[in-house]
Design a protein around this ligand. Structure first.
Ligand code: SF4
Ligand code: SF4
Length: 360
């Protein structure tokens, strides 16, 4: 019973904060973020073929006291969602203190993990900390997944992690994330059915670009050559699966991305994401969109978020990013799906009307 009351309370809180954001936005007042992601550390216990994050020379962790101050401030500014990510968050010894603190202040908190360290005790901690959702990665069935993740035994460990969460953290939404690339595309039909049988949600992300960090001698390069007919067939298949959590608009735009067409429509529109979103890094800097600014020139969060968001400099950057078109070339589900939902006009245009018409 108390669970139902809590869900109602947080839904009401999200609706109120969202309505307030729209009111301020359309009245021309300063926008504060509704959603935030935290890259708590670049440290990771895996070296996946498509990811450059663990090669970042900065292997520190966002200090807990700074994190606590940030989430308190975000609450006051009307933020309603945070995603805690890495690197691998479960390599942080006191990670559940971060999760508890986030949940004390924000209605909805997601955690992204590769699941390797998520044993039964950790699953119980997710529940007791009040986690709303946990995203885990599977990039194919056993052989394919372990080739992509460069780690023998990784598949069974992640599947076990999902089972632990189902048993010890009932009510916590579980989402499997999958990257679509040439080396796993044949495996994704089998994987989709497997995830369906696990009874959890499934989200897809086409292979995208990662930054090249200072000090790297070789450019970070991933092979994006794909057989477009294969991609289209997969998208048609995914559109029919009930547990696939991506929007139809996002899925249908994937073949265009891989075929290097310059996507238009939504992807050519003014980008409003930095007005309702921000990203924090392990180094204590905050960014209106980490990819949009190429991981450069963040703002020190410790100086006070309200001061930063209200500053002329930050507002100028948000305005400049309205002209950013990086999402045309580097599809990140974490940026595009929220852009399809916010502001409410985009939700109506790209989610509701598309669904009613059965088109995108
Ligand atoms: S588990 Fe995540 S952060 Fe770690 S290497 Fe793989 S994709 Fe990158
Ligand atoms: S277009 Fe994409 S990468 Fe650029 S600011 Fe917007 S969300 Fe960020």
């Amino acid at each position: 019973m108390s669970g139902i009351v809590n869900i109602r309370k947080s839904l009401l809180s999200v609706l109120m904060r969202t309505a307030r954001w729209h009111l301020r936005h359309y009245l021309g007042r300063v926008d504060f973020p509704l959603a935030a992601t935290f890259q708590l550390t670049n440290r990771c216990n895996l070296r996946c073929v498509m990811c450059n994050i663990p090669n970042n020379p900065d292997q520190s962790v966002l200090p807990f006291d700074l994190f606590r101050g940030i989430v308190k401030e975000l609450k006051g500014l009307g933020c309603c969602y945070a995603s805690l990510s890495g690197g691998e968050v479960l390599t942080i010894r006191d990670f559940f203190d971060y999760l508890r603190e986030a949940k004390k202040h924000l209605p909805s908190v997601n955690t992204v993990t590769n699941g390797l360290l998520l044993d039964e005790a950790a699953a119980g901690e997710f529940k007791s900390a009040g986690a709303d959702s946990v995203s885990l990665s599977l990039d194919g069935m056993e052989k394919t997944h372990e080739r992509v993740r460069n780690s023998p035994g990784a598949f069974l460990k992640t599947v076990k992690a999902i089972e632990h969460l189902k048993k010890r953290a009932p009510g916590v939404r579980i989402v499997v994330n999958t990257v679509i690339m040439r080396s796993n595309i044949d495996d994704l039909y089998g994987l989709t059915k497997f995830v369906e049988r696990l009874g959890v949600k499934h989200k897809f992300q086409p292979l995208n670009e990662h930054p090249r960090f200072d000090g790297q001698k070789m450019p970070y390069a991933v092979d994006r050559d794909m057989d477009i007919r294969q991609v289209k067939a997969l998208v048609e298949y995914l559109l029919k699966r009930k547990n696939v959590a991506n929007s139809a608009y996002f899925l249908r735009s994937i073949p265009g991305y891989f075929s290097k067409e310059n996507n238009r429509g939504f992807f050519d529109e003014r980008c409003v994401l930095p007005s309702f979103f921000c990203e924090f890094r392990e180094n204590g800097l905050v960014y209106p969109c980490l990819a949009g600014v190429a991981w450069r020139d963040g703002y020190p969060a410790g100086k006070g978020l309200r001061n930063i968001f209200e500053s002329a400099e930050y507002r100028k950057e948000v305005k400049r990013l309205e002209g950013c078109r990086l999402c045309q070339k580097s599809y990140s589900v974490c940026y595009i799906e929220p852009r399809l939902t916010f502001p409410v006009t985009n939700f109506l245009k790209y989610k509701l009307v598309s669904r009613l018409r059965g088109t995108v």
